[in-house]
Design a protein around this ligand. Sequence first.
Ligand code: C5P
Length: 239
Amino acid sequence: MNPKPIIVALDYDCAADALSLAAKLDPKLCRVKVGKELHTAAGPQVVDALMAKGFEVFLDLKFHDIPNTVISACKVAASQGVWMMNVHASGGKKMLAAARDAVNSFNSHKPLLIAVTVLTSLAQDELGDVGLEPDMKAAVLNYATLAFDAGLDGVVCSAQEAAWLKARFGEAFQLVTPGIRLAEDAKGDQSRVVTPTDAIKMGADYLVIGRSITHAPDPIATLHKINSDLKLLEQKENA
Ligand code: C5P
């Protein structure tokens, strides 16, 4: 198992709230994710501030645009020194290849480049509404194949898809899985939810966890608890 699989989603509308939650975490125990809400509110400065505190940052801006624009955006993000960034696989082959080339031009501090497949908030019966194959597995496979063929480092997907994606694309293809909920949590707006230990068992490399940690009464205690459950699982699997 990856030694630091948890990525905490800092979904806040201001830098102060994000930094205050980050102050309760520990960069040795998790990475953090800056998404559209926080980045729109607080800009790249909040990414710098988190990196200055020792956190590796997943910049979750899900670029989806013409290749020229995506190249420029990827270069700006990579030059900032983020650890991971992402684009939508639905941007197509040319866009994915452009993103790959842009990130490859950074030899040092080259971030991991990940493609979003089907949002974990989308349920199978909604796929037709957005013009996708009505079968979830087929839709995810199409997007993951595009990403793999363009040389991306992995995909964002539901843990429910992790086992067959690993089998199909190999160990090195990194699977980043949101839609994680502790057994006692509410699903909220996510449809395809899985617990942290089940997600790792199914083959996820990284677990994106937002509300289960950020809304917990004691976020660091929750983080410790998830990490220790995952360690126990690893010990069991290696026994
Ligand atoms: O609070 P919760 O754990 O549901 O947060 C999940 C995070 O993962 C959010 O920041 C959301 O934007 C992100 N995400 C997702 N599904 C994807 C890609 C990213 O839920 N396919």
